[in-house]
Design a protein around this ligand. Structure first.
Ligand SMILES: *Cc1c(COP(=O)(O)O)cnc(C)c1O
Length: 408
């Protein structure tokens, strides 16, 4: 096993950094992006044979991934996540049958797409011999780090806001990470991780503060392209927090394009946020390249409650380059849509995933997209991790049951 990874590049200045060293941010505090020898890939592999059939899930895209040492490929049984067309709710959302497809990332290990990023970050940490990783999280990233770090026998310390969904906090703890609740938001947790770097010696695996989580998230784009026979949809709706997935997919598409393996045009990248935390939407509207920190961030879609994103300019670049859009949806709308798709189509989305469906409805109304366009909505986690409406209809087994009520 070898890798085509050639170097890392500062996402702001283009300065080059060696691939065989441990990195966090660039010298000027910007995310580093992995670069591959695409010419060599093109000369040695081709579109129909480049995927490694024997590898689980996204590991099949090894040629465009950074892990060089097969013993460092940390796996928990990744799968290719399914594309599921919405059927009954398509009309209710205003769309056309066949044109709304959900990519259900809830099927991955630890029940969210954070598995993609953390599998790569932990594998690279293993390759570099790192012994202790720390992360700020709204829940799903912490769970994925905990699980992959255990699998790699690396110590993990996790900080999450104290109002993170209970299931998340418990799954992180149960999967062996030292877990702490912080009376603040994810950026407050991030400050603790940063401060502990010198004092404890742990390695910071915050979103985009190490170079490989984005390489894992990039596989959403590679996978989608392969699943759609190398022709992408007209638009991708993405629930945007730190933005790794959106930036990562855009990076994947540009790599595939450069390799000449993609047909047709690239999709519009549409970033959806909650109106309770919408810094990227605000910056997009104002034509800014960086977002202002969002005060009093609050939303049921905990995965996108990110008031400050270090990769804000990369998110905004990807949206603009793709002729995309950024807008916010209300929490009530998110829950209404989650409940509707669950009841009608039997698909229990997470609130972040439901936000993309709510966003689709808004986008149609605003004329940002038309119903003739084919769209993919990302459901980023299992809906089972989030609070659900209660169900309390009872039957007394000892009294006469009125069976007529079941026919209503
Ligand atoms: C982390 C997360 C997001 C946001 O993903 P980014 O790529 O960091 O923007 C959205 N939904 C869920 C469920 C998440 O866990």
């Amino acid at each position: 096993m070898s890798t085509y990874l050639s170097h890392l590049e500062c996402s702001k200045t283009g300065d080059i950094y060696p691939a065989n060293q441990i990195h966090n941010l660039s010298k000027n505090g910007m995310p580093l992006l992995a670069r591959y020898d695409l010419k060599k890939i093109k000369s040695e592999l081709n579109k129909d044979s480049w995927c490694l059939e024997s590898a689980p899930g996204f590991w099949r895209y090894q040629a465009l991934l950074p892990v060089a040492n097969s013993a460092s490929r940390i796996s928990l049984g990744e799968v290719i996540t399914p594309l599921i067309p919405l059927n009954k709710t398509v009309q209710m959302l205003g769309g056309k049958l066949g044109n709304i497809i959900i990519k259900d990332e809830g099927r991955l290990p630890t029940g969210s797409f954070k598995a993609r990023g953390l599998a790569l970050a932990v594998s690279m940490a293993h390759q570099f011999g790192l012994e202790h990783l720390a992360i700020p999280t709204n829940g799903n990233a912490g769970a994925a780090l905990a699980a992959y770090a255990r699998q790699a026998n690396i110590k993990a310390t996790v900080f999450c806001p104290e109002d993170t969904p209970k299931v998340n906090i418990r799954e992180i703890q149960l999967q062996g990470a030292d877990t702490y609740l912080v009376n603040g938001l994810i950026n407050d947790c991030g400050k603790i991780v940063l401060e502990g770097k010198e004092k404890v010696g742990w390695f910071d695996v915050s979103t985009l503060k190490e170079p490989y989580r984005i390489e894992g998230k990039k596989t959403m784009g590679l996978e989608l392209a392969e699943q759609m026979q190398w022709t992408l949809p007209d638009a991708i709706f993405y629930p945007t927090g730190g933005g790794t997935g959106l930036i990562g997919m855009w990076k994947a598409f540009s790599e595939l394009k450069e390799l000449g393996w993609l047909k047709g045009k690239l999709p519009k990248m549409i970033a959806i946020q909650s109106s309770g935390c919408a810094p990227i939407v605000d910056a997009f509207k104002k034509g800014l390249n960086h977002a202002n920190a969002w005060d009093n961030a609050n939303t049921v879609a905990s995965g996108i409650r990110v008031p400050v994103a270090i990769g804000d300019f990369l998110i905004l670049d990807a949206i603009r380059q793709s002729n995309g859009f950024a807008f916010a949806v209300e929490d009530e709308h998110i829950i209404e849509i989650r409940d509707m798709i669950s009841k009608e189509d039997g698909l229990l989305l997470c609130p972040e995933g439901a936000a993309t469906a709510a966003g689709y409805q808004v986008a149609l109304k605003k004329g940002i997209i038309s119903k003739d366009e084919k769209v993919v909505l990302f459901n980023c986690a299992s809906g089972l991790k989030y609070p659900m409406p209660k169900s309390d209809k009872k039957i007394d087994k000892d009294s006469a049951i009125k069976f007529t009520k079941f026919t209503k």
